[in-house]
Design a protein around this ligand. Sequence first.
Ligand code: NAP
Length: 270
Amino acid sequence: MSEELPDTTETETAAEVTTPATPATPVLPAADWSDEWSNPLRHPQDRRLPRIAGPSGLVIFGVTGDLSRKKLMPAVYDLANRGMLPPGFSLVGFARRDWEDQDFAQVVHDSVREHSRTPFREEVWQQLAEGMRFIPGDFDDDQAFKQLRSAVDELDASRGTNGNYAFYLSVPPKFFPKVVRQLKKHGLADAPEGSWRRAIIEKPFGHDLSSARELNALVHDVFEPDQVFRIDHYLGKETVQNILALRDHDGRGHRHRRPRRLLRRHRRRP
Ligand SMILES: NC(=O)c1ccc[n+]([C@@H]2O[C@H](COP(=O)([O-])OP(=O)(O)OC[C@H]3O[C@@H](n4cnc5c(N)ncnc54)[C@H](OP(=O)(O)O)[C@@H]3O)[C@@H](O)[C@H]2O)c1
């Protein structure tokens, strides 16, 4: 009998949305780089086709930082290169630099050339670059958040992002509360009718139980639980994947659904 597929709804990434794309610009043919990369967390029996994101944009706070340059911006490009992003996809960067949009685009370009996993294609890059905006400012700067709101509205009109935005907090953890509060204050956390807003929060989520609870309370004062995506890159590490594999099969035909029990068992019988 075939094994039941895991429920993957909780592990959707911000780019995976179900709304069909309404192209504002021509859709580029997707390149097939599937031989070069596969999602290690995907269940081998999962035969669903990868979903193309609907109209949407991504705002990255801390866009000049290490994570953004090495991982986030190249990953956005890779998604575009695989045909997984809508044609009007928009990328907004926020950081304390006196940059114009084109300076930002150059930084994205350099990080993509250096770190992306798929080959560089000029036509993919051009389409992506058209949707790039940069907002200079400090997290305390109300004016910068007003500018961000205007940029989002402008992109909705010019690129057809339809009010669908994910906010990626790639910032030092002490700023998570500040940025979340600013999103609320400036109405950026409120999704217009028929659209969505999401927040992606980097690790560490608090430094102990009480600080994690405090942050949790604040985040959920602003966003509903299903709008919040907490990132922990260690879930992609081999050791953790081995634990996931062990949870599914312990060698005796048992499936474990409670990792904590498994870890105790694993420790006793290495
Ligand atoms: N780097 C990684 O590989 C990695 C791995 C796992 C998790 N993370 C997590 O990802 C997050 C970002 O890490 P990172 O290594 O990219 O940090 P980082 O290199 O220190 O970058 C921090 C970013 O935040 C911006 N920033 C700092 N203070 C600001 C302020 N007051 N107003 C506006 N912007 C401000 C910086 O902009 P300026 O250019 O203006 O300073 C920079 O873009 C952290 O939560 C970290 O724990 C990182």
